[in-house]
Design a binder for this molecule. Sequence first.
Ligand code: DX5
Ligand code: ZN
Length: 223
Amino acid sequence: MSKPVKLSPSLLAADFGAFADDAVKVRDAGAEYLHFDIMDNHYVPNLTFGPDLVRALRKRSDAKFDVHLMIERPESVVEEFAEAGSDMLTIHPEATYHIHRVLGQIHDAGMKAGVALNPGTPIELIEWVLPLVDRVLIMTVNPGFGGQSFLHSMIPKIIALRRLEERDGLDFEIGVDGGISAKTAPFVVKAGADVLIAGSAVFSHISGPAAALAEIRTAAETL
Ligand code: DX5
Ligand code: ZN
């Protein structure tokens, strides 16, 4: 079986002193997306970067900017991220009171909308907004940090989500985020994932990000 996947390297594992160089490297290596992990030290314990980094890298890359908001009240920054050059905003349903409204707000701002499910969050929580969603992001680690171990127990969730999409005649991407490498990628792709987010496996690879992306793609597409 062979199925094309899209790769979204996470800047969380990049060299914080050389974001632009790393962004260019992964785009030259064929990454379709660039993943920005935005953390606020409230929704998750970590603190990272904001729309200014998106704006700065927008001048250096034509990849699709895939912005993962791990922040409380994401509705307060939607327009700012759109203006900075984001193509997609993914939010967590626990971080806002009115997820349906925020998804509409993201679309109105001209971006694709994603919803992320933590390991402990059931699909049912977002079932009624799935028709508004361009991507469901299955978290295979608890959000907040890079370099954690992949949770194999999330594989049935990916399968269940794909089945639900088919049953209800819906159309969204399934992204998987956390602990993705050439070893774990085949499991999630077989389960139905289309977009692979990977941080440490890409930027900490001994042979560099280009070799890492090639390995992940080969492993994912040769099942
Ligand atoms: C976790 C982030 C992930 C993370 C992935 O909170 O959402 O995008 O950076 O990093 P790795 O691939 O190292 O698990
Ligand atoms: Zn992420």
